[in-house]
Write a protein that binds this ligand. Structure first.
Ligand code: NAD
Length: 247
């Protein structure tokens, strides 16, 4: 913790990569694990371009249901602390794998959503039409764009490429970071996890926040085995305190 305090005090750029675990204490199920979201479901049937092509109605019913669950969830103290951190460092990058919008709801302004957002829909044909959507679509499903093509959730499905801007933002976040914090991710989804490795190899001090070990744990300079709603506010307090002490 002493080294972390020193690094936080000096940091000009702090980058944070979050995963499903940071929303767990908001009541959002994680992806894998005991209460994981995909337990008892097959991602291939619901979150792939092939599933959408063969059964768009089922996929839309699933996404409308997920949005109705997420609409009841509120940011937790981890999300709020990250929003506060934005105002405490010269530059901060927040990269999330989450599609739930809880970082923005907590007040974070600069968020890169690597896997899109469940609160947006876009035209499948690529005509450029997109809209923010918080409520379920009226029947009949699937909804259609004015151009006639199907509308789809603006999330990245299994087997799809990540948006180029998101990859570029994550690359910049990794290369420029003095401290890189990876919180609540199992670090098995690529390329997201590889940005933590890139950050470490280009000189960042790597901190992992996760109650469980991950493939990144052995690489991390500091590992905090606590839930993120407790650990992230502690890190933000440490930055405030160590920065004040260093002035
Ligand atoms: P994951 O489910 O694979 O891993 C979650 C990780 O969080 C685990 O390592 C677990 O030990 C850890 N964790 C659980 N509770 C925690 C807590 N309170 N504090 C800190 N860590 C905790 O999630 P992932 O690595 O983000 O997987 C990637 C995929 O999951 C992404 O594609 C993402 O889009 C998708 N996803 C997003 C949401 C969301 O938007 N909230 C929810 C489920 C899945």
């Amino acid at each position: 913790m002493r080294e972390l305090a020193k690094r936080l005090a000096k940091a000009e750029v702090i980058s944070v990569l979050t995963g499903a675990g940071v929303s767990a204490e908001s009541g959002v199920p994680t992806f894998r694990g005991e209460d994981g979201f995909w337990k008892g479901r097959r991602a291939e049937d619901l979150a792939t371009p092939q599933a959408f092509a063969s059964n768009p109605e089922t996929v839309w019913t699933f996404y409308d249901w997920r949005r109705s669950l997420l609409a009841k969830c509120r940011p937790n103290t981890g999300h709020s602390a990250l929003a506060e951190l934005e105002g405490l460092v010269p530059r901060m990058h927040l990269i999330t794998q989450n599609v739930d919008g809880l970082h923005q709801a907590a007040g974070s302004r600069c968020v890169t959503e690597m896997h899109g957002s469940i609160w947006r829909v876009r035209c499948q044909s690529g005509c450029g039409e997109h809209e923010d959507r918080r409520t379920p679509f009226p029947p009949p499903l699937p909804p259609r764009c004015a151009c006639g093509a199907l509308l789809r959730p603006a999330v990245v499905w299994f087997g799809e490429r990540l948006p180029l801007e998101a990859l570029e933002a994550a690359d910049e976040a990794a290369r420029s970071a003095d401290v890189f914090i990876v919180a609540g991710t199992s670090a098995v989804v690529e390329p997201a996890a590889s940005f933590a490795r890139l950050a470490r190899s280009t000189g960042a001090y790597l901190v992992e926040i996760n109650p469980e070990a991950t493939p990144l744990s052995s690489l991390a300079d500091d590992v905090i085995r606590e839930p993120s709603a407790r650990a992230i506010p502690q890190i933000v307090d440490l930055r405030k305190q160590s920065w004040a002490d260093s002035q």
